[in-house]
Design a protein around this ligand. Structure first.
Ligand code: P6P
Length: 337
């Protein structure tokens, strides 16, 4: 049995930037995840279901658990003193820890504290998605260059899935590893070592209710998935949970593709680049898969705004490439620069 903390410290020798601070930061995320897991698991009992009565920067009604999860991660990262600032889906502006100890902290965390929270009341798995960047500046106040970093600068991408079991899955660029939470001892234990996503899966995940608004290339890809061709395992099975972490986690373990495309109504789609698309894109690539906006590699997209959105095509490499081929052939006008 190898715990998350043991694994992090074992790996840190291979990380040329980790002098224990990164390991401490990752452990702080693990601590917050345990607390959120406790709250998610007893939400119905502790009267923390339902709406907070506030609206976040996305214009979405905040659930009580959204706010609670956000506060727990901010508290754990502030107390850990390795994080200088947080970009969160639940905060319009960057949360800067500007006290003496954290002013020189080396890392920035981008966070979706509780993704898929619309599923909370119906007991469908939800998750936390996180991305860790190294600061460009040191010893000064936080700069724009510290915050708006391109995905290739990511030092860590990961998620926590609060499901039938709770798992923390992350990568630092040395492969993808999954840790299952053992509530009997309060530890995350290595359970899925060196996860690899199959080159070709048999599952496609997309909200087909938006079909009439999809780009032609996406419509063509959906029809491709439904064709009868046993050699290529088609027709694929469709699975759509409405929780990115859950759909991505299943596709990561079993192979498959998840698509949240731009539409005629929302050309940039719904998902946020910095704290949803980029971390899962890093994981997908490290597991041998692929992630793009239908045209460009997600990790190559330079953010202009911390809450900007991006279409997302992610999962098994051959499946993403087929979707990209159809996007290029039928929807090249959808390219977003
Ligand atoms: P729709 C949850 O709100 C989320 O950001 C992802 O977790 C999920 O995959 C997607 O939105 C669901 O969106 O429009 O299909 O309900």
């Amino acid at each position: 049995m190898k715990t998350l903390v043991e694994f992090i410290y074992d790996q840190q020798e291979n990380l040329n930037y980790a002098t224990g601070e990164f390991s401490r930061l990752l452990n702080d995320i693990g601590i917050a995840a345990k607390i959120v897991n406790r709250d998610v698991n007893r939400a119905g009992l502790a009267g923390i279901l339902g709406f907070e009565g506030s609206v976040n920067v996305q214009g979405e009604n905040q659930k009580k658990l959204d706010v609670l999860a956000n506060n727990e991660f901010i508290k754990a990262l502030r107390n850990g003193k390795q994080c200088a600032a947080i970009i969160s889906e639940e905060n319009e502006d960057v949360v800067v820890f500007d006290d003496e100890t954290t002013r020189n902290a080396k890392y920035i965390v981008a966070l979706d504290p509780l993704d898929g929270s619309s599923n909370i009341e119906v007991n469908v798995p939800i998750g936390t998605i996180f991305a860790i960047y190294k600061r460009k500046s040191i010893g000064t106040t936080i700069t724009k260059e510290d915050i708006l970093q391109v995905g290739t600068e990511l030092v860590c991408g990961g998620y926590v899935i609060y499901g039938s079991s709770t798992m923390l899955v992350y990568t630092t660029g040395q492969g993808v590893n999954g840790f299952t939470y053992d509530p009997t001892c309060g530890l995350f234990v290595l359970s899925h070592e060196n996860i690899k996503i199959g080159e070709l899966g048999g599952i496609y995940s997309i909200n087909e209710a938006n079909y009439i608004y999809f780009p032609e290339g996406v419509k063509k890809y959906i029809k491709y998935c439904q064709e009868d061709d046993p050699e290529s395992r088609r027709p694929y099975t469709t699975r759509y949970i409405g929780s990115l972490v859950s759909d991505f986690h299943r596709n990561l373990l079993r192979g498959g593709i998840y698509i949240y495309p731009g539409t005629l109504k929302n050309p940039y789609g719904k998902l946020r680049l910095m704290y949803e698309c980029v971390p899962v894109a890093f994981l997908a690539e490290q597991a041998g898969g692929k992630a793009s906006d239908g045209f460009r590699r997600i990790l190559d997209i330079h953010p202009d705004d911390i809450h900007q959105r991006s279409p997302l095509f992610i999962g098994s490499k051959a499946m993403v490439e087929k979707a990209e081929e159809l996007m290029a052939a039928f929807s090249s006008d959808f390219v977003k620069e």
